[in-house]
Design a protein around this ligand. Structure first.
Ligand code: PA5
Length: 444
């Protein structure tokens, strides 16, 4: 298995017997998923995606990525939620958080993931004098944030290149047949890629949603799917004792029952920061409903040991930590000896930074567990494409199983509608008139 669960630091909080007792419940949750009997079963497509994907489209993704790499200095990816977090986090993890300044292929920026005019204005500025391509991604094709950003950026493209060349630089990832965006793409003749009907946004990184921008960044998407396929096969193991993914799901639920209401994802590699954002969306949007669920948070260590570390060590005891331990860093640095030793750091001379970072991790795990914070450690051999594909599938399946253990539908997001309704009413969208009056009265 590529992702392994190190249970050494959890045993004083959850006994092996408690985990064993979860076996029938986990088996029932897995059946809901694999036999498609659970709530939201029309969104189970991601389960077999690594083996079932559209081969012809996959080749088109690679071709489009090669074209963008050859004719663009900048790719703007327009999307929000599951339509952007996967690509962004994969690119940072697999290439670098500094990808855009390392000169390794087109710079990749993300738009349509907020409603800030200053942010969008800065994206427009970044495009000045550069060769640009756009990838608009929206499954529904109606989400306000990306739709608005696309309106602005499309206009910039058409003014700069003319309609015909702009169309050859705009790539559209959306539903097979429905939605305003699909209609627009067909009318304008943009190359389009399909988000399968049965794959929801936050489970869609292994579809063209993630794969096109990730391929533009120069990552090997064949290897990503290979890793995901390995996970699809290995994580079918029904025995709870042997399946790290199911054990992780079981622990999360047991810890919640024990009053640990917040799961903090931590990692000691800064390239994992955006993966923390992806994990928060995956688990938060899947489980936080019906007044239930763990609140997912994320920290980057050792950076945040100098901020949230205080709370984790010493604050309210409502947390547990899931540490993602990347065993082999992407690169390393050696600490040289300094004969003057003015900084007093010669005790580190001759050490690799990786070892220093590892000792910091080990010391922190011991301190946090002694401070009453259970630590689950998920070990990943390294952050390459194959391991990434495996890890994505691991977390997606853990999330599906966890959601069913919790008794919620892990594949819908009804709560997201509340803000949209109010926003539309306040903005005067036709059809929301009476709600508008009600809200304006409340705001006065
Ligand atoms: O996970 C989800 O389904 C959501 O977060 C969506 O990805 C997000 O709301 C964007 O939706 P769409 O792709 O339809 O624009």
């Amino acid at each position: 298995m590529s992702v392994t669960l190190n249970e050494k630091h959890i045993s004083s909080f959850v006994s092996p017997r408690e985990v064993d007792q979860m076996a029938p419940l986990v088996a029932a949750a897995v059946r809901q998923l694999e036999e498609h009997t659970g709530a939201g079963n029309d969104f189970h497509g991601w389960l077999t995606l690594p083996t079932d994907y559209d081969r012809e489209e996959f080749e088109r993704i690679k071709k489009a990525a090669a074209k963008i790499r050859s004719d663009s200095d900048v790719l703007i990816v327009i999307g929000i939620g599951g339509s952007y977090l996967g690509a962004r986090s994969a690119i940072e993890l697999l290439r670098s958080p500094f990808h855009n300044t390392l000169g390794d292929g087109p710079e990749i920026y993300f738009a349509g993931c907020n409603l800030s005019g200053s942010y969008l204005g800065e994206i427009l500025k970044l495009c000045e004098g550069r060769r640009v391509s756009l990838n608009i991604i929206s499954k529904s094709g109606t989400t306000t944030e990306p739709a608005l950003a696309f309106r602005v950026l499309r206009k910039m493209m058409e003014e700069r290149y003319g309609k015909k060349e702009a169309a050859s630089r705009i790539y559209c990832t959306t539903d097979r047949a429905r939605g305003t965006l699909k209609e627009l793409c067909d009318r304008e003749g943009y190359e389009s890629f399909v988000i399968p009907d049965d794959v929801g946004g936050r489970y869609s990184v292994l579809t063209p949603v993630g794969l096109l921008p990730i391929a533009v960044a120069g990552c090997d998407i064949d290897a990503i799917l290979r890793g995901a396929r390995k996970a699809e096969e290995e994580l079918r193991e029904p025995d709870l004792k042997k399946n790290a993914c199911y054990r992780y799901a079981a622990y999360r639920n047991l810890l919640l029952q024990k009053g640990k209401r917040i799961e903090i994802f931590s990692c000691y590699e800064p390239r994992f920061v955006q993966m923390g954002e992806w994990l928060k969306q995956l688990f938060g949007e899947s489980e936080g409903k019906d007044q239930k669920g763990l609140f997912p948070a994320s920290v980057a260590f050792t950076t945040d040991l100098h901020s949230l570390g205080q709370f984790i060590q010493d604050g309210s005891r409502c947390l547990f930590e899931t540490v993602v331990d990347i065993r082999k860093p992407a690169a390393d640095l050696f600490v040289e000896d300094d004969p003057q030793n003015l900084d007093g750091l010669n005790f580190l001379s001759g050490q690799e930074m990786a070892l220093i970072n590892r000792r910091a991790m080990e010391g922190t795990i011991l301190a946090h567990t002694e401070g009453g914070v259970p630590n689950l450690v998920l070990e990943l051999p390294e952050a390459n494409e194959e391991e990434y594909g495996y890890m994505v599938y691991f977390f997606e399946k853990a999330c599906g199983v966890s959601g069913y253990l919790l008794g919620v539908n892990p594949f819908d997001q009804p709560g997201v509608e509340a803000y949209k309704k109010n926003m539309f009413a306040l903005l005067g969208k036709p059809g929301y008139e009476s709600l508008r009056d009600e809200l304006l009265a409340k705001l006065q």
